[in-house]
Design a protein around this ligand. Structure first.
Ligand code: HEC
Length: 100
């Protein structure tokens, strides 16, 4: 019982670097907030680091964010989608940003 609980907490902490104690305190952007609220349930950073990326450019990254917020039953505005895409882009992808 207790072991399972500890394991659960560990999993949550490992899967979400934002809650790690070592993270320096900084302002949380809207994109980061949305992402950590709705998307980190099954996303470890690894999904965004792997070699075989689905999102191969800025447009593709936006499309993926739109796709996934829909799957999560969200109806994000274009602004919210761009905010999250920008957050992931700065963190992982580093694609040149086009105006949509
Ligand atoms: C139900 C689990 C789950 C949730 C929740 C989820 N994702 Fe994903 N996401 C995945 C999986 C699994 C993949 C890899 C899909 C594949 O390989 O076909 C993925 C892929 C992606 C990719 C493409 C990564 C690449 O390879 O370039 C992006 C971007 C992404 N998700 C964003 C989001 C965003 C934004 C949210 C929140 C709105 C979200 N995801 C919520 C499971 C999830």
């Amino acid at each position: 019982m207790t072991k399972r609980w500890i394991f659960g907490v560990l999993l949550v902490c490992l899967g979400n670097p934002a809650v790690a104690d070592t993270q320096p305190k900084r302002d949380t952007s809207r994109g980061e907030l949305l992402y950590s609220t709705y998307c980190t349930a099954c996303h470890s950073d690894q999904i965004h680091w792997r070699d075989k990326k689905i999102a191969t450019d800025w447009i593709g990254l936006n499309a993926q964010v739109r796709h996934w917020q829909g799957i999560m039953g969200q109806v994000w505005s274009d602004d919210d989608i761009v905010e999250v895409a920008r957050y992931l882009n700065v963190l992982h992808y580093h694609y040149p940003e086009h105006v949509k």
